[in-house]
Ligand binder design. Structure first.
Ligand code: BGC
Length: 906
């Protein structure tokens, strides 16, 4: 008896482990505060907390969660502990505890319950630190060098201080007029570049916070920063203007050291700091940087450095009310690219080819004599003859000059500039060029990579590569039009056109949330939105249709991709002001006044004898976007509970559409502009009476056939072209456009060797000559907006307005064209969502992953008489899937989370 009891109890743990292992674990990870991992300068008094559930089981939903927030790393000192809450919400839970204190660090963890009755272990502890919330929290004063002002040179500013023993933590805050690079005890602080980033400086100036605990030591320390001209006082815009925000560089720095015994030491910028010029003789974003190592102040930010001969500093009266915390990922160094080829051009130039058009700079190792120098010039392309081509950079010199100190091997890389390039011309090298000495470094905002797309056609894969590099090259703290010429501005049209594609490829929620604050800040009192944000053009340079609609389009796209309600709430006044501006400009709800860029860079053959130039009436376009923005305002008002506005703008929307029909549509259903863009916009935004839509779609398809399956659309028509075709049953026509490789088409640049998206359909003409150098960028993301159709229709991963952020996803792959396989993966806020399809021997297989705590509606092609299985089992026998119906040759299934393997056999 005794013996058997013992046996059973000995077996118990084994049995228990066996039972557990038949279920996968439920765990919580990827904790985020304000959409960032462990952020250091949170500005929101009500930060939002998000997490992901991790489990491989099917049909998992969160049913409850429990969050604990405390102000001590060990979990003691609870500041918010609301207990277990029944809810399926796992993204953006608004903090609801005690008032959060400026500069203080908070720790949090979470556990969840699921619909299988399981509870997860507590997550690992995450944290956030509040930024400096009030202007009075800044004890530092603004300083500038007390030296004769040099309008291009980079000053150094420094001080020393003594720290005590028992340091617990140290946070350094910096910002500047101009750009800064901060140092502590000889080390660079942080890995962010081109800080404080670019905002509408007079209204909003970002500061950054850094954890520098590991850099401080008891005893003497040195802290300082080098400043550069940057956007603040350097050349900005295409009209040769500089000093746009001001003439003088200045620094604001504050270091807060906390000690074990609870006391706090604050080291701040002030008049006791010293200043001197160093080795950076000149830096300009457009023109490049000159560094002279002979003028290096070696060890200038080390405690032992003797700052003899240094000048003092002056305090400057700059308001602190405009200071804002950084809420987006800063610019960081990303890929390093090695030399692909070294060429000698017909003109005898020594040119490095890095094989990829990118944004960043080249770092160099070199040995030589004092005073030797090398000059690096940057270009995107070689001309027809194979020579280095820089005409399309316009006035941007894009040259870095490095002057040697002599002796040991020296390393150079710029601090306060960036270039858009694939080729680098090297001048001044005495010996042979050693490829190992040159590395191209890509620089862009540190947005997490989230989406990927691949298919069986290498040309389309290259197109996707180009789309992704277009984004990398142009998301440099603000969404720029291009990275190479004397422009690089936050063009609103380009940004809105590409925003949905961007939100698939990268996590752009913080990036765009920050930039939208500048959209609001620079919006005119009458609601007009400037052409570029931050606005460095004139106050009246705004209000162009399709550009200014950035105010409504991007917030809505962020809501779809990330389920972010707050961005809608915060941007609502700006959205509404833009719609009201259009209403104010219109007469009888017809908006046909003012300047508009129109369907920018549409197909316009130089020899237009056959009348094929695809000009779309600009006011017809304006009316379409007037409706679109109004529609988005209505949807937003509904989400954030502004019922009165829903009714008010629903009425307006109908009037806008009626006015459109009166002005631009013949009774037989023809639009006054018979272009692809006109039909695309009218159909995309539901401008036509229901009864005329089908035939309008037919006219669009016919127009495309008349151009032998070529597109003729510009910036505004292109993003919606294939979507409209698919919506009206012409996916096969959309595929022919996608797979077209003669001009104008998406694959034409690919065929011509593009590694990024071009500004123009024919940046390089079929005879290898260039389009006009006045406007011919080879890194302009707008036409990359086709990505959105590839992801949502070809691969089939789509959002649902009623379950935004992919809480409910719509999966509907569309095999077609000559593709035999395609697929996309997306790291959503909930986890990985993916769909890959493959055609093989008369059968179609589709592999899906649906993240935990989400559901999906999956449309699977269902040929008549075909057999559909999942995991090798007939569909009817798979309990975790429910069949909802059949529509347009697709079987509609409802799925919970998990992995699925479908097969359709004819
Ligand atoms: C920019 C664009 C922009 C356009 C305005 C150009 O110079 O590079 O991409 O949208 O001007 O139409």
């Amino acid at each position: 008896m005794k013996k058997s009891t013992c046996r059973l109890s000995c077996l118990m743990p084994v049995l228990f482990i066996f039972c557990l292992s038949s279920f996968s674990q439920l765990s919580v990870n990827r904790l985020r505060t304000e959409n960032l991992p462990d952020p250091l300068t949170v500005e929101s008094r009500l930060p939002r907390l998000s997490w992901q559930l991790e489990t491989r089981d099917r049909g998992i939903l969160q049913t409850a969660y429990e969050i604990k927030v405390s102000d001590r790393p060990d979990g003691g000192g609870a500041v918010w502990n609301p207990g277990k809450l029944q809810s399926d919400q796992s993204l953006q839970i608004v903090y609801g505890g005690a008032e959060l204190q400026s500069g203080k660090k908070y720790y949090w963890k979470v556990r969840v319950w699921d619909n299988k009755g399981r509870v997860s272990p507590w997550s690992a502890t995450a944290w956030w630190q509040m930024g400096l919330l009030h202007p009075e929290d800044w004890k530092a004063v603004w300083i500038k060098p007390d030296m004769e002002e040099d309008s291009v040179r980079s000053p150094l500013l420094r001080t020393t201080f003594v720290a005590e023993k028992g340091i617990v933590s140290a946070t350094a805050y910096f910002t500047a007029h101009g750009l800064y690079e901060a140092r502590l005890n000889g080390q660079r602080i942080g890995d962010a570049w081109l800080t404080p980033g670019w905002t509408s400086y007079k209204k909003r100036l970002q500061y950054q916070g850094y954890d520098v605990t590991h850099l401080i030591r008891p005893g003497k320390n040195a802290i300082g920063a080098m400043l550069g001209s940057g956007w603040y006082r350097g050349y900005i815009g295409f009209s040769g203007q500089h000093d746009y925000y001001g003439k003088d560089l200045a620094l604001l720095a504050q270091l807060v050291i906390k000690y074990k015994d609870g006391h706090v030491q604050t080291v701040v910028s002030g008049p006791s700091w010293q200043s001197a010029y160093g080795e950076v003789l000149r830096s300009e974003l457009y023109h490049g940087e000159t560094i002279d190592h002979r003028q290096e102040k070696r060890g200038w930010c080390e405690p032992a450095y003797e700052a003899t001969g240094w000048s003092g500093t002056q305090t400057v009266d700059i308001p602190k009310e405009t200071l804002v915390a950084t809420i987006s990922e800063p610019v960081k160094k990303q890929e390093s690219l090695h030399v692909k080829k070294v060429l000698t051009t017909p003109r005898g130039e020594v040119v490095i080819d890095f094989g990829q058009n990118l944004t960043g700079w080249v770092s160099v190792k070199i040995k030589g004599n004092a005073g030797d120098s090398i000059r690096l010039s940057h270009a995107e392309v070689l001309d027809k003859a194979g020579n280095f081509y820089t005409m399309n950079l316009r006035s941007a010199k894009a040259q870095d000059l490095y002057i040697l100190k002599g002796g040991e091997e020296e390393s150079f890389e710029p601090h306060f500039t960036f270039h858009g390039f694939r080729y680098v011309r090297v001048e001044g090298l005495t010996g042979n060029l050693n490829p190992d000495d040159f590395t191209a470094v890509a620089l862009y905002s540190d947005m997490p990579a989230t989406g990927s797309f691949e298919c069986s056609d290498p040309m389309i894969d290259q197109l996707q590569h180009n789309i992704q590099w277009g984004q990398r090259g142009n998301f440099l703290d603000v969404p720029t039009d291009c990275p190479q010429r004397d422009e690089r501005l936050g063009w609103t049209g380009d940004a809105q056109v590409f925003s949905r594609t961007a939100a698939f490829n990268r996590g752009v929620e913080p990036f765009f949330t920050k930039w939208l604050k500048d959209v609001s800040a620079d919006q005119q009192p009458n609601g007009s939105v400037p052409f570029v944000i931050p606005n460095v053009l004139g106050a009246g340079d705004g209000g162009s249709t399709g550009w200014a609609d950035v105010a409504t389009i991007i917030p809505w796209n962020l809501y779809l991709a990330y389920g972010d309600r707050r961005v809608l709430e915060e941007q609502y006044p700006s959205m509404k002001a833009w719609v009201e501006y259009m209403r104010g400009q219109s007469k009888d709800n017809l908006w046909n006044t003012g300047f508009h860029f129109g369907d920018w860079l549409f197909y316009r053959p130089t020899d237009d004898v056959d009348g094929k130039s695809a000009v779309t009436d600009k006011y017809l376009i304006a009316q379409c976007f007037f409706a679109h923005s109004t529609q988005l305002l209505i949807k937003t008002a509904a989400v954030i509970g502004k019922k009165e506005d829903v009714s008010k703008y629903t009425l307006l929307l109908q009037q806008i559409k009626d006015a459109f029909v009166r002005e631009y549509l013949t009774p037989n259903g023809r639009l006054v502009s018979g272009t692809q863009t006109a039909y695309v916009l009218a159909l995309q935004f539901d401008m036509l009476p229901e009864a005329l839509r089908k035939q309008a779609a037919g006219r669009l398809a016919q127009n495309i056939k008349d151009y032998d399956y070529h597109l003729t659309t510009g910036f505004l028509g292109t993003p919606y072209l294939c979507h409209v075709l698919s919506r009206y049953g012409y996916t096969s026509v959309a595929y022919r456009l996608l797979m077209q490789d003669s001009y104008p088409s998406w694959l034409y640049p690919v065929k011509m060797g593009a590694t990024t998206i071009w500004e123009r359909w024919d940046g390089i003409r079929p005879d290898s000559s260039f389009q006009t150098p006045d406007m011919n960028s080879f890194n302009h993301y707008a036409y990359g907006a086709i990505g959105d159709w590839m992801y949502r229709v070809v691969a089939g991963l789509d959002t649902d307005e009623d379950g935004p952020g992919y809480h409910h996803s719509l999966i509907s792959p569309h095999p077609g064209g000559k593709l035999t396989s395609a697929g996309a993966d997306l790291q959503t806020g909930y986890g990985r969502l993916s769909c890959h399809w493959k055609l093989e021997n008369e059968s179609l297989s589709v592999d899906l992953v649906v993240p935990a705590n989400t559901t999906s509606t999956f449309n699977i092609p269902a040929p008549e008489g075909g057999l559909i299985t999942e995991g090798g089992q007939p569909l009817a026998s798979v309990k975790t899937i429910s069949v909802e119906g059949v529509e347009r040759g697709y079987l509609i299934l409802k799925l919970g989370s998990g992995e699925y393997h479908f097969k359709v056999t004819k």
